[in-house]
Design a protein around this ligand. Structure first.
Ligand code: C5P
Length: 425
């Protein structure tokens, strides 16, 4: 290859494979040579001839690897490149990578490479959200694999909608450029997750929150009554987790302190798992300093004063009354710090009545810069997928239409990025 930069592009078997042809063309436009491996499943969607015509050189397939190993070995193929890119990265390829399989040319090259690896996942939303894929993705992150996408939206299968659409070619190209630039004082994690930018097609490291540390709380807290029982609330963590994902997609380094939820950890986000309000406060303080702190958790207001060390028995006579004590207010504690207060502090207010008035009072009482207020009175917001919010600041109230929580998250992140940028000027 004569180009000064090169990628080894592994094309997996998914309908999104056709988009990769566009990626190959655009790579060439940018002077980046693409050597391609097409998996057996990939050949069902694009032909080796189409790939080799665009790449300007032979496309490698399993057939080649079996018959002509002497020509160029797996090892050399995987190392004579600057970056390995897997697109579409199917659930199967991701599982093989996470578990170190080497039963075909693609997986063998991935195991043999000493170069950075960037994947563009693409699959059905249920497959993406399946615990097995979540586990595999978590493993790939630990292994320092870079990820671009997936995006949310309509799938090729009729009626299917959700996360799993492969990132668009411009997003993949931007991620490749970023990975090739190798901006990594601390190694691969410095690039982190190059995920979807809301409404944009540029990679996260150039995003609106690049270089910022964003701290987010999410989910409920569980306050123990005894080792098996607890006080909790109906928070699902969907909104806080969506904000964490949106902040990461906008280029921030994100610490998410999460109470017990049944959601996967957002990709590219450092997630700290806690149970109780006091644990949440300790984790938040340990994560400071931050440029922006967003307290989306539904922290239990009270905890049981003296949680029983052993399981309480109902046959042990009269029920012991539970005495409750107030939990620390994490938002107020952080917002009112004299030293090390985050540059911008956001609280949430879930109310069932007088939403705006209560939010205004909360803004002043807690000392934060903005309250995101929402009406949870019988609207299914808690645990639901949509949210109607009002942004309350000392300057006024901005009301947004009812939106999916992901959309609220990306708009909020864009709004806050502007606030922070304005403050810095
Ligand atoms: O429960 P409340 O309506 O007071 O919650 C408002 C805001 O304060 C939310 O952002 C919530 O995350 C935060 N909060 C907190 N610690 C508490 C109670 C609430 O950080 N103990």
């Amino acid at each position: 290859m004569s180009a000064s930069r090169s990628v080894l592009l592994i094309i997996g078997g998914g309908i999104a494979a056709y988009k990769v042809l566009e990626v190959i063309r655009r790579l060439k436009d940018r002077g980046i040579a693409a050597r391609c491996i097409l998996t057996r499943a990939g050949e069902q969607f694009v032909t080796p001839l189409a790939v080799s015509s665009l790449a300007g050189e032979r496309c490698f397939t399993d057939l080649f690897s079996l018959t002509d190993e002497a020509d160029i070995g797996h090892i050399q193929l995987s190392r004579s490149t600057d970056l390995v890119v897997v697109a579409p990265a199917t659930a199967d390829l991701i599982a093989k990578m996470a578990n170190g399989h080497a039963d075909d040319l693609a997986s063998t090259a991935l195991l043999a490479t000493d170069k950075r690896v960037l994947i563009a996942p693409a699959m059905n939303p249920r497959m993406w959200q399946h615990p097995a894929t979540r586990r595999n993705m978590a493993q790939l992150e630990r292994d320092g694999i870079l990820v671009v996408g997936p995006n949310s939206g309509a799938m090729a299968e009729r009626g299917e909608n959700g996360p799993g659409r492969m990132a668009e070619p411009p997003e993949i190209l931007a991620a490749i450029e970023l990975a090739l630039a190798g901006d990594k004082p601390g190694g691969q994690r410095a690039i982190g997750f190059l995920g979807r930018l809301p409404g944009g097609n540029h990679a996260a490291a150039g995003g609106a929150l690049a270089g910022r540390h964003v701290l987010i709380t999410s989910g409920p807290t569980h306050e123990p009554i005894d080792p098996v029982r607890y006080i909790a609330n109906r928070s699902s963590g969907k909104q806080g987790h969506a904000i964490a994902a949106a902040a990461a997609a906008a280029g921030a380094r994100v610490t998410l302190v999460s109470g017990p939820v049944s959601l996967p950890d957002p990709a590219g986000v450092e997630t700290v798992h806690v149970e109780s309000a006091r644990e949440m406060l300790a984790a938040v303080e340990a994560a400071l300093p931050a440029d922006l702190a967003i307290f989306a958790a539904a922290v239990a207001d009270w905890r049981v004063a003296d949680a029983a060390p052993e399981k309480m028995k109902k046959d042990g006579g009269a029920l012991r009354p539970l005495s409750l004590v107030e939990n620390p207010d994490i938002l107020a504690t952080v917002a009112q710090r004299t030293g090390g207060r985050p540059g911008f502090v956001v609280g949430f207010a879930a109310e069932t009545q007088n939403v705006i008035d209560y939010a205004r009072a909360k803004l002043a009482r807690k000392g934060c810069d903005l309250i995101v207020a929402n009406d949870v009175g019988g609207t299914g917001v808690m645990g639901g997928d949509a949210n109607t919010v009002h942004l309350v600041t000392p300057d006024g109230v901005e009301t947004w239409p009812t939106l999916p929580k992901e959309e609220v998250a990306s708009r909020l992140v864009a709004h806050l990025a502007r606030q922070i940028a304005g403050k810095a000027e």
